[in-house]
Design a protein around this ligand. Structure first.
Ligand SMILES: NC(=O)C1=CN([C@@H]2O[C@H](COP(=O)(O)OP(=O)(O)OC[C@H]3O[C@@H](n4cnc5c(N)ncnc54)[C@H](O)[C@@H]3O)[C@@H](O)[C@H]2O)[C@@H](O)CC1
Ligand SMILES: Nc1ncnc2c1ncn2[C@@H]1O[C@H](COP(=O)(O)OP(=O)(O)O)[C@@H](O)[C@H]1O
Ligand SMILES: [K+]
Length: 519
C-alpha cells in the first residue's frame, strides 16, 4: 500500500530539510531538477524528443523549471524557456537559477530564453516535441488568473509530450478539482505522492505519476500520519480470501443475492454468476417466480430460489418471511441490482436492514435508492455500500458538483459517521472504511464504463466478504481484481469490446495473474 500525503505535509518536509537538516534550499531545488530530468529521460525512449519547451512561473515551481532547463542544455537538447516573470519579479532560489540559466543559455545557439509578453510568445513552442509545465506547484492558490487559463489552454492544444513539474498547473491538489488544468502525460511529483494526484481531476490530468526527489529520502514521511493509500497489487494478493483445504461448500462462503425484477433480469444474473466465479461455495439468487425461466437461461451455477410474486415481477415486503431462512443462512447478502423501485420492494429492503444488524450486506443500485435520505434510520455496521458518484450524491441529498468538489472529505465523513464501508465506484474507485481511511484503486480502464460492470463488482464483493472475516482486505482485493480482469481483457477485446460477462469469465485468470506474480 502506498501512503499518500497532503501538499501541506510535503511543504513541511521541505521545511524539515531546510530548518532541521540545514540543507540550503537551493540544494533541494537542484536535487528536484536532476531527478525530474532523470525521470523524463527514463520515461521516454531515445530520439523521442529533441526540442524541449519549459514554461516557468513566478515561484519555486518556476525555479525548478529554470534548473531543469540547465540539465537539458548540458545534455545537448535544444531548449526554449518562457519565463512568466521578469528578473525583478523573481526571488530566492528561483532568481538564482534564472540568472545561471540565462547566462548559460547564451553558449547554446539553438536554445533561447524569453520573458513572456503575451499569448503570442507561446508560438515559440510550436517546434517543441516535449513541453514542461513549471508554472505552479504546491504554492498554487485559488483558481487560475485569466492569463494563466489562456496559457494552459494554449499549451493543452500543442502536439507534444507534456510533463508537469510537481503538480499540473490548475489542479487544486487538496481537493483534486480545478477548471482549467494542464493535461500532462507524465507528472514528476516532488518528495512524496499527494493524494489529489490520484483521483478526481488529478486522475484525469496527471498522466503517469512518478516521484522526484529533493534528496531527503523517505524516512521523514514514516513519522507523518496519513489516512490515504494507493492500492498496490500485493494488497490485493494479501486480501484474497484464504482457502482451507478441508473446506466444504457451506464453509467456503455462502451468499444470497436478492436482485432482479421483470424490468431488469440481466443485472441479477451478472451479480449471481460473479459470486461463484470469485470463489464462494454456495450462492442462491432470490428471484420473482413468475419470470424465473428468463433468469434460469442466463444463470450459470447459482441456484435460483423463486419467491411468490403473484405475477407482479418484483420483490415485496411479504416475501421477507419466505426468504428468511436463506437470509439467516447467508454469510453475506448482495441486494439491489435490477430490483426496481416499487414501494413493496423498498419496504422489503428496509426490513432486511432492520432485522440483520450485523450481517454483511452489500447494498447496491436500487437498494441504495431505497435508503436515499433515510439511511440514518439504519444501523449500517458491516454494511458495504457500492454507489457510483450520482447514487452517492442522491443518497446524501447533495448535488454531484458538491460531491465532486469535496469528494474525499464527504466520503470519509459518511463512512465514519455511519460506521460502514463505502465503495465509491468511478475512475478510480475509492474505498472508505469506518476509521476514516481511504484506499484508491490503481487498476481499471475506460472499457469498464458500461452497463452491468458494477453488478459484477457487487457479486465479487459479496463473494469475498462471505469467504473472509476481513471486510476491508476483501474489499481491496475484490475492487482491484475486478479492474485487473478488465485490464487483462484489453489486448483481446480493446476498450470498446469488453462486456460484463467477459469480466466474470476473466476473473479467475485475474486471480491467477495476481497469485503468479507473488509466488
Ligand atoms: N520549498 C522547497 O524547498 C522546494 C520547493 N520546490 C518547488 O517549489 C514549488 C512550490 O513553490 P512556491 O511555494 O514558490 O509556489 P509555486 O511556485 O507553486 O507558486 C507560487 C507563485 O504562483 C503565484 N500563484 C499562486 N496561485 C496562483 C493562481 N491561482 N494564479 C496565478 N498565480 C498564482 C503566487 O503568487 C506565486 O508567485 C513546489 O511545487 C516545487 O515545485 C522544489 O524546488 C523543491 C524544494
Ligand atoms: N473510466 C473508467 N475507468 C475505470 N473503471 C471504470 C471506469 N468507468 C467505470 N468504471 C468501473 O465500472 C464499474 C461501473 O459500475 P456502475 O456504474 O455501477 O455500472 P452498472 O450499474 O451498470 O453495473 C465500476 O466498478 C467503476 O469503477
Ligand atoms: K507544475
Amino acid at each position: 500500500m502506498i501512503p499518500l500525503f497532503s501538499s501541506k505535509d510535503v511543504r513541511e518536509a521541505d521545511n524539515f530539510a531546510i530548518n532541521i537538516l540545514q540543507m540550503p534550499s537551493i540544494v533541494l531545488m537542484e536535487n528536484a531538477a536532476r531527478s525530474i530530468y532523470e525521470a523524463i529521460i527514463e520515461n521516454f525512449s531515445e530520439n523521442e524528443f529533441y526540442n524541449v519547451g519549459i514554461i516557468c512561473g513566478k515561484g519555486n515551481n518556476g525555479g525548478d523549471g529554470f534548473t531543469l532547463a540547465r540539465h537539458f542544455l548540458i545534455n545537448e537538447f535544444d531548449v526554449t524557456i518562457i519565463s512568466l516573470a521578469n528578473e525583478n519579479e523573481l526571488k530566492g532560489d528561483a532568481l538564482t537559477n534564472f540568472i545561471i540559466t540565462k547566462k548559460l543559455i547564451d553558449s547554446y545557439p539553438n536554445s533561447k530564453m524569453i520573458i513572456y509578453q503575451s499569448i503570442d510568445s507561446l508560438a515559440l513552442l510550436s517546434d517543441c516535441d516535449l513541453i514542461v509545465d513549471a508554472i505552479l506547484g504546491t504554492g498554487s492558490k485559488g483558481s487560475l488568473s485569466n492569463e494563466l487559463q489562456s496559457i494552459v489552454n494554449y499549451l493543452n492544444k500543442l502536439e507534444a509530450y507534456k510533463i508537469s513539474v510537481d503538480i499540473p498547473t490548475g489542479l487544486n491538489v487538496e481537493t483534486a478539482t480545478g477548471e482549467t488544468i494542464y493535461k500532462a502525460d507524465l507528472t514528476v511529483t516532488l518528495s512524496e505522492f499527494k493524494t489529489g494526484l490520484f483521483y478526481g481531476k488529478g486522475y484525469s490530468h496527471c498522466g503517469k505519476i512518478v516521484k522526484g526527489s529533493i534528496g531527503i529520502g523517505d524516512l521523514y514521511y514514516e513519522t507523518i500520519q496519513t489516512n490515504d493509500y494507493l492500492i498496490e497489487p500485493e494488497d490485493a494478493f494479501y486480501g484474497l480470501p484464504e482457502k482451507n483445504i478441508s473446506a466444504h461448500k457451506y464453509s467456503n462462503g455462502k451468499v444470497l443475492v436478492v436482485a432482479g425484477s421483470g424490468k431488469y433480469v440481466g443485472a441479477a444474473c451478472l451479480t449471481a454468476n460473479a459470486v461463484l466465479r470469485s470463489g464462494a461455495g454456495a450462492c442462491f439468487l432470490a428471484f420473482p417466480k413468475s419470470i424465473k425461466n428468463i433468469a434460469l437461461e442466463k444463470l450459470e451455477s447459482p441456484v435460483l430460489i423463486a419467491y411468490e410474486d403473484q405475477t407482479k415481477e418484483f420483490v415485496n415486503l411479504e416475501n421477507y418471511d419466505e426468504l428468511k431462512e436463506k437470509i439467516d443462512w447467508a454469510d453475506s447478502i448482495a441486494i439491489g441490482p435490477g430490483l426496481g423501485r416499487e414501494n413493496g420492494t423498498i419496504q422489503f429492503i428496509h426490513k432486511l436492514l432492520e432485522e440483520n444488524k450485523n450481517k454483511k450486506i452489500v447494498i447496491d443500485a436500487d437498494a441504495l435508492f431505497a435508503i436515499n435520505k433515510c439511511y440514518k434510520n439504519f444501523d449500517l455496521s458491516n454494511k458495504i455500500l457500492t454507489p457510483h458518484h450520482k447514487e452517492f450524491a442522491d443518497l446524501i441529498s447533495i448535488s454531484i458538483d458538491e460531491l465532486e468538489n469535496n469528494l474525499l472529505n464527504i466520503g470519509r465523513t459518511f463512512s465514519v459517521e455511519n460506521n460502514c464501508y463505502l465503495v465509491l465506484k468511478g475512475a478510480p474507485t475509492i474505498i472508505f472504511n469506518p476509521m476514516g481511511e481511504v484506499f484508491i484503486n490503481s487498476s481499471g480502464n475506460v472499457g469498464m464504463a458500461k452497463f452491468g460492470t458494477g453488478d459484477v463488482l457487487t457479486g465479487v464483493i459479496a463473494s469475498f466478504v462471505a469467504q473472509s472475516k476481513e471486510i476491508e482486505n476483501s474489499l481491496i482485493s475484490a475492487v482491484y481484481l475486478h479492474s485487473l480482469a478488465a485490464d487483462l481483457l484489453i489486448p483481446k477485446k480493446t476498450e470498446y469490446g469488453i462486456i460484463p460477462q467477459n469480466i466474470i469469465e476473466e476473473f479467475p485468470n485475474a486471480i491467477k495473474f495476481l497469485v503468479d506474480s507473488f509466488v
